[in-house]
Design a protein around this ligand. Structure first.
Ligand code: C2E
Ligand code: MG
Ligand code: MG
Ligand code: MG
Length: 292
């Protein structure tokens, strides 16, 4: 009897696994189609200077305009793309689209900004990323210093000779490199020098707890002072409240991005902000008082 039940259970698992494998295959095929048929879109989140309040950059964040399921966030498809070489085609599409867009903005007399693009580990291990990026810059006409590539600590830990060559190749194109979600991984600080990192992005989990939680506040302060002692710039992600902004301002963080200023928005809307010269209202002395 027990055996019989076990058999059924096995059958159940097999059906379940099949369904999952099928769903994944379906998503994979759909995604391949999406890349070829322009179903992907980029939204841009403004990055703002805490010395002037002006927009100085945009992070490009990919979405999938799915014909049946609506606008899908990256968490619904990037992990699947990363399990195959699909991430290479997707990554190149994102890079090309973001560079072409920023070139158009620069040509239309708007204040010049840097565009930031997220990279996956596989883009370093399965292709010559410096050669691909160099090609995209030439084809879109964007100068390398108007592009920032966001790496994660996981990517940095793949400390191989090929990776070192890749980052050197990117630096030779005058591209800036930043570490995304800084503080959540296990990378050694020595990597910051070795790979000529330009900017750290304080992970939003630390920003969220900034005002209530002493250890988040201590970590954020440590990342800001580490950046400055290594002559890196530092940006806080996920800033949602005036209190968080006042804290970051009081401790001399260079830049911020987050819902407080703007969510990631379509290109036309972003261009509207740039055109009207939208600025962040910097904290007044009384707002920073509690943090002094
Ligand atoms: P990330 O690079 O750390 O991007 C920041 C995420 O935080 C974005 O989520 C953004 O919409 C969200 N965010 C920004 N401001 C706030 C805020 O004030 N509050 C809160 N709660 N969230 C905020 P999104 O767009 O869903 O992207 C998630 C992740 O997907 C990104 O994290 C990035 O790792 C990945 N991703 C996005 N686009 C690409 C891409 O083109 N290629 C690769 N490889 N990964 C991408
Ligand atoms: Mg990012
Ligand atoms: Mg991040
Ligand atoms: Mg993140």
């Amino acid at each position: 009897r027990a055996k019989h039940a076990g058999g059924n259970l096995m059958k159940f698992y097999a059906v379940e696994m099949n369904a999952r494998a099928l769903e994944r295959l379906d998503l994979e095929n759909g995604l391949r189609h999406a890349i070829e048929h322009d179903e992907l879109v980029l939204h841009y989140q403004p990055q703002v200077s805490l010395s002037t309040g002006a927009i100085i950059g945009a992070e490009a964040l990919v979405r999938w305009q799915h014909p049946q399921r609506g606008l899908l966030p990256p968490v619904d498809f990037i992990p699947i793309a990363e399990q195959s070489d699909l991430i290479l085609a997707l990554g190149e599409w994102v890079l090309r689209t973001a560079c072409a867009q920023n070139r158009v903005w620069r040509e239309s007399g708007l204040p010049p900004i840097t565009v930031g693009v997220n990279l996956s580990a596989r883009q370093f291990t399965s292709q010559d990323i410096a050669a691909m990026t160099g090609r995209v810059l030439r084809e879109t006409g964007l100068p390398g210093d108007a592009l920032e590539l966001e790496l994660t600590e996981t990517i940095l830990m793949a400390d191989t000779e090929a990776f070192t060559r890749a980052t050197e190749g990117l630096k030779a194109l005058s591209i800036s490199l930043s570490i995304d979600d800084f503080g959540t991984g296990f990378s050694s600080l020595a990597y910051l020098r070795r790979f000529s990192i330009d900017r750290l992005k304080i992970d939003q989990s630390f920003v969220r707890g900034l005002v209530e939680d002493a250890s988040s506040a201590a970590i954020a302060r440590a990342i800001i002072s580490l950046s400055h002692s290594l002559s890196l710039s530092v940006i806080a992600e996920g800033v949602e409240t005036r209190e968080q902004l006042a804290f970051l301002y009081a401790y001399d963080c260079d830049e911020m991005q987050g819902y407080l200023f703007s969510r990631p928005i379509p290109a036309e809307a972003f261009e509207g902000l740039l055109r009207e010269g939208r600025e962040l209202a910097l904290p007044e002395p009384e707002e920073t008082e509690p943090f002094r």
